[in-house]
Design a protein around this ligand. Structure first.
Ligand SMILES: [Ca+2]
Length: 434
């Protein structure tokens, strides 16, 4: 009996030590610290960020990281990475040891960089993944870092997610800049598979991949993206900024902007290939995005699963594609409300171009399309549908609704329907200015 009591005490002790109820301490990381390197103060800070993250994982410590450039290794192993852990919150952007106020925090002034630039000066021998978030809960937080120079050109998972690689993790990524990362297959910036990641106030720029220059979401990655900027990312196949397969994100926030993203395929900014629920995009600006095929800003297809897409309060300006200069919809239910479509173009140099602002394809008999309170102005198609092109593939299909919209000054250069082109359907037009 005594023995049993003792072992219970040991078990309880271990549980308390490792449990999330035990609040960790604050530990310091500063690449320039020269003291005892035990993490206890700015000048005794750890200099090795990978090691600090690992140590912090035991009791769930908070890490404060000073300005400077940190690398996953000083050696040559491309598989080494900054690993995120449950209950570890890491904050970059501090002034650090030697500053008048080492606790001063300013992410722009005290830039804290997680860099995959290892080995030679060439990027092609860099870390496959700068950060790895696989398996973590939403208690794993990165806040205030620049994540850059990942180069995922390996095999399997090492060809995806050069900036952040995430399988079955739900990390929180906040106030970060994810820039200049390359993946040979999916997502230069951030790879999400089976994830409920939360991404807030981040910038993804100049990332390159085959699918999703900045980000890919696979297998029910119904992530939340708030107040993020996607700037000049490139995908060589689809989804200039974001590629989504059977995933339904919420993308919103007054700072939300997609600008100058590009792909030769579908979805200059975002490509949806089937959802796993409702897709919500609100308060976002889409500017100067380019798709070689369909959907200069957004291409949404239900080829891999039906979904309902809601576009609220978004502005689409100067996006271009072969068809659907701003938005291409292939068969989801769609509610487009309070959006502005201005100066978008479907005017390819070769071949035909339909739907200067919108191409809406309706195949199913129960598809529900509603465009309400929108402004569709100054858009141009090479052929039919300067503003909107409705294209049901079956006769007598469901009738899309256009209500309370202003549709003006759109041009169908060589075709019909300067404002709206439709065939095999009877759009219900209510209270619109044409
Ligand atoms: Ca290198």
């Amino acid at each position: 009996m005594m023995k049993r009591m003792e072992s219970m005490v040991v078990v309880l002790g271990l549980t308390l030590w490792g449990g999330s109820d035990v609040k960790g301490v604050v530990r310091y990381v500063d690449i320039d610290a020269t003291g005892s390197n035990n993490g206890s103060s700015w000048c005794d800070a750890y200099t090795n960020l990978s090691f600090a993250l690992f140590i912090a994982s035991f009791a769930g410590d908070e890490l404060r990281v000073a300005q400077g450039t940190y690398k996953p290794t000083t050696g040559t192993d491309r598989t080494l990475t900054f690993t995120m852990y449950d209950d570890v919150e890491a904050y970059g952007g501090y002034a650090g040891c030697g500053a008048i106020d080492p606790d001063a925090r300013d992410i722009s002034a005290f830039v804290t960089i997680m860099s995959g630039e290892i080995n030679t000066a060439s990027v092609t021998d860099n870390s496959y993944h700068v950060v790895t978030a696989s398996g973590v809960a939403n208690t794993a937080i990165l806040d205030g870092f620049t994540i850059t120079k990942g180069y995922a050109d390996g095999s399997g998972g090492n060809s995806n997610g050069a900036g952040i690689y995430n399988v079955s993790g739900d990390p929180v990524i906040r106030n970060c800049t994810i820039t200049d990362n390359f993946a040979a297959t999916d997502a230069g910036g951030m790879f999400n598979d089976d994830s409920l990641a939360v991404i807030e106030n981040c910038t993804f720029s100049l990332n390159v991949g085959d699918f999703g220059g900045a980000m890919i979401c696979l297998n029910d990655s119904n992530i939340t993206i708030t107040d993020c900027v996607f700037d000049r990312n490139e995908a060589s196949v689809t989804g200039g900024a974001i590629d989504l397969l059977q995933s339904s994100p919420v993308i919103s926030g007054s700072a939300c902007r997609f600008e100058g993203n590009e792909t030769p395929g579908a979805g200059g900014a975002i490509a949806f290939k089937g959802g796993s629920g409702d897709v919500m995009i609100s308060d976002c600006e889409f500017i100067d995005n380019i798709a070689g095929s369909v959907g200069g800003a957004i291409a949404a297809s239900t080829d891999f699963g039906f979904f309902e897409i809601f576009l609220d309060d978004c502005v689409f300006t100067r996006n271009s594609a072969r068809d659907g200069g701003a938005v291409y919809m292939n068969n989801p239910n769609a509610k487009i409300t309070l959006c502005e479509f201005v100066d978008n173009e479907a005017t390819p140099a070769k071949g035909s171009g339909f739907g200067g602002a919108l191409w809406i394809d309706i195949q199913g008999s129960l598809i529900d399309i509603e465009i309400n309170n929108c402004l569709i102005v100054g858009n141009t198609a090479k052929d039919d549908g300067g503003g909107v092109y409705f294209f049901p593939t079956t006769a007598n299909g469901p009738d899309p609704v256009l209500a309370n919209c202003t549709i003006a000054d759109n041009t169908a250069l060589n075709g019909n329907g300067g404002g709206v082109f439709h065939r095999r359907t009877d759009p219900i037009v209510q209270n619109c200015v044409l």
